[in-house]
Design a protein. Structure first.
Length: 149
């Protein structure tokens, strides 16, 4: 258990905001619901990923990262009890580990753990990601080919 405690500012509970965001995004990743996931991310997002080096908009993030990874993994899950987060009145940040299952060229499964950093910005009543960074734990194979039929 981590000892970092998010500060309370202007009656905003950053842990609840980030917990909700990661829960929803993780479910959309697992179900490959790109349309729903896009509703959690700003159109002008800047991101790093396990597939792309850098993208600077939501459409490229979906096409170059999500659509190249999500269909080729299974059981994507954020490890919610390890969420660390904080924020101020307009920005919130969170870091969290995740796990998934990848597949080698022959369709054999392997553990595919990673970690994520997200920065959310408040747009009226919505908290949207303006930055995401997903990376694999060192030593994890970078390529996943998907489950063989």
């Amino acid at each position: 258990m981590n000892s970092y405690k998010a500060k309370k500012n202007l009656n905003i509970n950053y842990h609840d905001i980030l917990y909700k965001w990661f829960s929803e995004f993780g479910n959309f990743c697992k179900s490959r619901d790109y349309k729903a996931a896009k509703k959690l991310v700003s159109n002008s997002v800047c991101s790093f990923g396990t597939k792309v080096d850098l993208v600077t908009n939501l459409n490229d993030l979906e096409e170059e990262q999500w659509k190249n990874i999500w269909p080729n993994i299974e059981n994507f899950t954020f490890i919610m009890e390890k969420l660390i987060c904080d924020g101020d009145s307009e920005l919130a940040w969170g870091i969290i580990p995740w796990r998934s299952v990848g597949f080698d060229e022959n369709g054999n499964s392997f553990d595919r753990p990673g970690r994520a950093t997200v920065i959310l910005k408040k747009f009226e009543n919505d908290w949207l990601a303006i930055h995401t960074h997903f990376s694999l734990i060192p030593g994890t194979p970078h390529t996943t080919y998907g489950k063989k039929s």
